[in-house]
Design a protein around this ligand. Structure first.
Ligand code: ZN
Length: 155
């Protein structure tokens, strides 16, 4: 449970007690006026990690649709023209604070079209990171093998 201790230490270093959400004791970074599609503006307290532009988000119809999103990591593969060809994985910290089913902060991994996702535990995220390191080494080996094959075929 060393990771839980690390997370607790990180939240303990937040700036002031006033910047904590009373419900979840989440350190809050800012209060923004989220503009609903109807034109109404609602004050929303963002967690410290939220980087969403709630003010200029034109897609917000219902307050329940508001989500905080923060640091992310995604794997993208571009073709030679710089066009995104494959986007196989997206990992991001998110929170749907007005959700009736799951308002808690999550670390989610999503596949290419967003049709499948999984909320990761810290341990699952660490296993995923280890797998990606192994995968990266394997892709480098495949690239080297492919270079040899191309050289053979060119000869
Ligand atoms: Zn936010």
């Amino acid at each position: 449970m060393a990771n839980s201790a690390m997370l607790a230490d990180a939240s303990a270093t937040s700036p002031t007690a006033e910047q904590h959400d009373a419900v979840d004791d989440v350190p809050l970074g800012r209060v923004v006026l989220a503009r609903l599609h109807s034109g109404a503006s609602i004050p929303v307290a963002c967690p410290m990690w939220c980087t969403t532009d709630h003010v200029n988000d034109q897609s917000l119809v219902f307050l329940e649709d508001l989500d905080h999103s923060g640091p992310s990591s995604h794997i993208e593969v571009y073709d030679d023209k710089g066009v995104l060809a494959v986007d196989p994985m997206y990992v991001q910290i998110t929170q749907d604070p007005f959700s009736k089913t799951n308002p808690k902060t999550r670390l989610t991994v999503t596949d290419e079209d967003g049709s499948r996702d999984l909320d990761l535990t810290v341990e699952q995220a660490q296993r995923l990171a280890a797998e990606l390191i192994k995968h990266g080494k394997r892709v480098a080996q495949l690239a080297a093998q492919f270079a040899e094959i191309q050289a053979t075929e060119a000869a």
